[in-house]
Write a protein that binds this ligand. Structure first.
Ligand code: SF4
Ligand code: FES
Length: 223
């Protein structure tokens, strides 16, 4: 495997061809914030929070580190005035959708983001796609999907699939940065198959099924 040496935040980092800058940084314990990245999933490049500054052959550019491949002798800065400014605005935009998400609140503190900068359109989902991709790529169930595009894009559970696949899984609840996956599932259950999950659990409770204590966001009536 070809070894590639690059510089991240002043440190010499050894990576292998095919790795992304994010993977190379994580391998060295260098933190880059992410919202749509999960090590078990294909890179998505949706949230852009992992943006870093890259200097190569005298040129400086801003790249999404979860997609950008390592290259020989590039110089990466995970923090700079401009990088921090980009992340601040991204967090502000996301907070218009999920103002109370703990992960966003933490990021807002770190980057000095104003949670009220943009008009609220509280969908409670930041469309990071973690739930959709996890269900597809890891669980291979496709119980939750994206629907529509543009400003009306949203995630929804597919009732026919969710009814069978979700009640003993719910793994997407724990990776959702806003808790909306759980809220969307509970809404689907209440509307499409009320009480049926409970019946199934009571009939045959698997030993590993423990109630998850995850605070949920209020569910918008239009979801
Ligand atoms: S429900 Fe959660 S995990 Fe799924 S896309 Fe929305 S924010 Fe991401
Ligand atoms: S983590 Fe890279 S774009 Fe979201």
């Amino acid at each position: 495997m070809t070894e590639i040496v690059l510089n991240i935040d002043g440190r010499e980092v050894k990576a292998t061809a095919g790795m992304t800058v994010l993977q190379a940084a994580q391998k060295e314990g260098i933190h880059i914030p992410t919202l749509c990245h999960h090590e078990k999933l294909e890179a998505f490049g949706g949230c852009r929070l992992c943006m870093v500054e890259v200097e190569s052959r005298g040129w400086t550019s801003y790249v999404v580190s979860c997609l950008y491949p390592v290259a020989k002798d590039i110089v990466v800065r995970t923090r700079s005035e401009k990088v921090d400014k980009i992340r601040k605005v991204l967090v502000e935009e996301l907070m218009a959708h999920a103002p109370d998400a703990p992960e966003l609140i933490k990021l807002a503190e770190e980057y000095g983001a104003d949670r009220n900068r943009f008009e609220k359109e509280a969908s409670f989902c930041i469309l990071c796609g973690l739930c959709v991709r996890y269900c597809n790529e890891v669980k291979q169930k496709n119980a939750v999907s994206f629907f529509d595009n543009g400003s009306v894009r949203e995630i929804k559970f597919v009732p026919e699939v969710a009814k069978e696949a979700c009640w003993d899984c719910q793994e997407c609840f724990t990776i959702c940065p806003t808790s909306y996956a759980q809220a969307a599932y509970l809404l689907t259950e209440a509307l499409a198959f009320p009480g049926q999950r409970k019946t199934a659990v009571q009939a045959a409770p698997p030993p590993e099924l423990k109630p998850r204590v995850i605070p949920i966001m209020p569910v918008p009536m239009t979801a």
